[in-house]
Design a protein around this ligand. Structure first.
Ligand SMILES: [Zn+2]
Length: 265
């Protein structure tokens, strides 16, 4: 009941931005319905992130079809073993499209293996150089690779968002000092997560809302298919943490997102 009350209020009063989602037909079979649901709930803009050429093409096409959908394009580290130069050229060719607001999802992921780390760094840094050249922010995926991520980012004049941030306060402060904002999603609501204690000490100006949908549904929907309306749940969670209202969380994080991603406004 309480959630419903907030949803009603939010719909009337606030605008939200989901700075990280994967809206692909592979995950959602009724995208027109989904986009209507999202915007009806007050989520005005979504940054739909690609991972490879297939999804980069799809997020570009969807951004042309729906006002609310913007996109980030890039080659995700999980594709390090099979991307080609053509895939990188495809990304570069579309960076000036007016709804491409960032290069992403890019980064380093050593969770399953570190064996290909040199190749991952090469792919990541190639795209960081593109971001610098085209003056675009980056959306960074970093998993079990904090030190190398920081080292790579330091070599380029780039800013953007550390997507799905879940590190220590020390790491958070390093990223913030480098000019990055932290992307907060359903992970912060997980029962065993210590992230809330870290984020409570971070100024709200340094946070943006995201979902990583269809993944990372917040409690109590954990494990189910996520969608961009979950930014309202994250906003409510942060409202309790910061002792603000969800409306203020929405307003501030929207301002932050618009500041980071120029081409969103
Ligand atoms: Zn993602």
């Amino acid at each position: 009941v309480r959630l419903k009350y907030y949803f009603k209020g939010l719909k009337r009063m606030s605008k939200y931005i989901d700075t990280h989602a994967h809206i692909y037909s592979e995950y959602y079979d009724d995208i027109p319905w989904l986009v209507k649901l999202i915007t009806d709930m007050g989520v005005e803009k979504v940054i739909n992130a690609g991972c490879d050429t297939k999804s980069n093409k799809e997020v570009l096409d969807l951004s042309k079809e729906y006002d609310a959908l913007y996109c980030a394009i890039g080659i995700h580290p999980e594709n390090v073993d099979d991307y080609t130069k053509e895939d990188l050229d495809y990304v570069e060719k579309h960076l000036n499209d007016h709804k491409v607001v960032a290069i992403g999802e890019i980064g380093l992921d050593y969770h399953y293996t570190k064996e290909n780390k040199e190749k991952q760094i090469e792919l990541f840094e190639y795209q960081l150089a593109l971001a610098e050249k085209y003056h675009l922010p980056v959306v960074v995926h970093s998993r079990d690779a904090t030190e190398d991520t920081i080292n790579s980012l330091k070599k380029y004049k780039v800013t953007g968002v550390i997507h799905s941030f879940s590190g220590s306060l020390e790491t958070a402060n390093i990223y913030i000092k480098m000019g990055f904002a932290l992307g907060i999603n359903g992970v912060i609501t997980f029962k065993n997560s210590k992230l809330k204690e870290v984020i409570a000490k971070i100024p709200l100006e340094k946070l943006v809302l995201e979902t990583d949908s269809p993944y990372l549904s917040p409690e109590p929907k954990r494990g189910k298919t996520n969608d961009s309306t979950s930014v309202l749940i994250i906003a409510e969670f942060l409202a309790n943490l910061y002792e603000f209202t969800p409306e203020i969380i929405g307003e501030k994080t929207t301002e932050n997102a618009l500041r980071i991603f120029d081409k969103l406004s």
